[in-house]
Design a protein around this ligand. Structure first.
Ligand SMILES: NC(=O)c1ccc[n+]([C@@H]2O[C@H](COP(=O)([O-])OP(=O)(O)OC[C@H]3O[C@@H](n4cnc5c(N)ncnc54)[C@H](O)[C@@H]3O)[C@@H](O)[C@H]2O)c1
Length: 249
């Protein structure tokens, strides 16, 4: 790793929404980016939207697979010689009655949202320690407050918050920084595809709709970009809410 080499950022969930906005923001900050997603056509569309001088490789990877996470992170390191930032952004969401959550649905939620963050972090941390780099996990306000009809999703996001803090302690004597952002509602494909069961009690949903509308993905990626910058060098083990005050009450 030479000092003059551009810094390398890895972004999961890069094909859409917050991940895609983070790719653009980090490219603007001068990073070389490795974009990971399971969505092949989404990655193709990301590639074709880039400027000619943008340095962004894409990797089709299912983050729920330990083997795929380790293999992709190794390939990225071999190609670039360093990894300075790793942003765990890939995620899925579903609204269901607790009693109707199938084993398949629960396993998929855990696999992508929790195991995905775990395996990618496990693969990336040795390289981030080497670069004094930064790990960012995208959690959710639903990991900080009770939300009806999203019990499985909320459990994974609470898990991401606990994982972030425990990792921050485990690596506190290294130069790596590990933080999470917890967004409220953000206008992305995840929200476009989100549907709630017909027979829910809307009174229970209102408390997590907030008062300030939805964020744009760039309002989250700008915070991620700050957290990985030197200006945030004292921020370690933090969970930064980016939710328009939703969790303030
Ligand atoms: N949109 C919101 O309101 C909101 C709120 C809080 C937190 N979040 C979190 O932000 C993150 C990004 O969500 P978004 O809103 O941008 O959603 P999105 O659907 O626009 O993007 C998610 C991306 O993750 C990818 N992905 C899904 N499963 C994957 C897998 N197994 N392996 C690799 N990639 C996979 C998808 O293909 C997609 O490109 C998620 O972790 C989500 O839980 C979103």
């Amino acid at each position: 790793m030479t000092k003059n080499q551009p810094k390398v950022a890895v972004v999961t969930g890069a094909a859409s929404g917050i991940g895609r906005a983070t790719v653009a923001t980090l490219l603007n900050q001068g990073f070389q980016v490795a974009a990971i997603d399971v969505d092949t056509s989404g990655l193709k569309s990301l590639s074709s939207s880039l400027q000619v001088d943008d340095y962004c490789d894409t990797y089709v990877t299912d983050v729920a697979s330990r083997e795929q996470c380790h293999s992709t992170v190794s390939q990225i390191f071999e190609k670039n010689g360093r990894i300075d930032v790793f942003a765990n952004i890939a995620g899925i969401a579903r609204s269901e009655h607790m009693t109707e959550v199938s084993e398949e649905s629960w396993e998929e939620m855990l696999g992508v949202n929790l195991s995905g963050v775990f395996w990618c972090s496990q693969a990336a941390i040795p390289f981030l320690i080497e670069s004094n780099g930064s790990l960012i996990n995208v959690a959710s306000c639903s990991g900080l407050m009770g939300q009806a009809y999203t019990v499985a999703y909320s459990a994974t996001k609470g898990g991401v918050i606990a994982m972030t803090k425990s990792l921050a302690m485990e690596y506190i004597k290294t130069g790596i920084r590990i933080n999470a952002v917890a967004p409220g509602s953000v206008q992305t494909q995840l929200i476009d595809n989100y549907s709630i069961p017909e027979d829910v009690n809307m009174d229970l949903i209102k408390p997590y709709m907030g008062f300030r509308g939805m964020a744009e993905p760039e309002e989250i990626s700008n915070v991620i970009s700050f957290l990985v910058s030197d200006d945030a060098r004292r921020i370690h083990g933090a969970v930064i809410t980016v939710d328009g005050g939703l969790t303030a009450g």
